[in-house]
Design a protein around this ligand. Structure first.
Ligand SMILES: C[S@@+](CC[C@H](N)C(=O)[O-])C[C@H]1O[C@@H](n2cnc3c(N)ncnc32)[C@H](O)[C@@H]1O
Length: 218
């Protein structure tokens, strides 16, 4: 078996993307666990996680580290945020999710992981959680909402200056009547007062509905 480090906390285990499991013996979404030389790795499925798809497709600006404090908007049931929790092992991951149904599963994941904190809220209503979050190093936003740019702008007040935002834009949630490229451009334009675009990654063949953009706070 071969384990190769790609980034802080991110590995290729026999060529497959993985993070080191901080909740040994437990799976979040049926992923494969691999034990090797005293560590347990969770294989990270790019068809289930856009961050995994972006890494496999050559994402360069990977800013998550062991000590990152992350505001994760649209955490759903914890698929990607649990991998972020593996990576930010000495940091904190604040997981905002609107759906009560998803939140019920997410809470179970957070209970097993000391660095993941569930927040049941609309990400538009930052007054519900901004005091708890404070200032973070990274915002990861993957919300299937119409006003995705507006949500990022509001939450940017919790991002340190020079911090990074991973902005996953779903054109179909914004306007199905326009071409996706136009919707992506408009969303990026809408956040341009607060952010500079540093990288864009296409997610095909894993996903063809989203644009994955990396932004730096001005
Ligand atoms: C595509 S899913 C997220 C998948 C997740 N990021 C992952 O990779 O594991 C989008 C999520 O955004 C949530 N959502 C939609 N609008 C929201 C809002 N205004 N505030 C918070 N969450 C929202 C949905 O309930 C859904 O769980």
């Amino acid at each position: 078996m071969e384990v190769k480090k790609l980034f802080d906390g991110v590995y290729l285990v026999d060529g497959k993307l993985a993070t080191e499991n901080r909740d040994r013996g437990n799976r979040v979404y049926g992923e494969t666990l691999v034990n090797y030389e005293g560590s347990e790795y969770r294989l990270w499925n790019p068809y289930r996680s856009k961050l995994a798809a972006a890494i496999i497709n050559g994402l360069k600006e990977f800013k998550f580290t062991h000590t990152s404090n992350v505001l994760y908007l649209g955490a759903a049931t914890g698929t990607t945020s649990s991998h972020v929790s593996d990576i930010a092992s000495k940091g904190r991951v604040f997981c905002v999710e609107l759906s009560e149904r998803n939140m019920r599963e997410l809470v179970r994941v957070c209970e097993r992981r000391g660095n993941m904190f569930p927040i049941l809220s609309d990400a538009n209503n930052i007054e519900n959680y901004s005091k708890d979050v404070g200032q973070c190093d990274i915002i990861y936003q993957d919300v299937s909402a119409k006003d995705q740019a507006g949500i990022l702008n509001k939450n940017s007040s919790m991002l340190k200056s020079g911090g990074y935002a991973y902005f996953i834009i779903k054109s179909q949630s914004i306007d199905i009547s326009k071409k996706p490229e136009k919707v992506f451009d408009e969303a990026l334009n809408e956040v341009s007062a607060n952010f500079k675009v540093v990288e864009k990654v296409k997610l095909e063949p894993f996903d063809d509905l989203h644009m994955f953009a990396v932004l730096m706070k001005k």
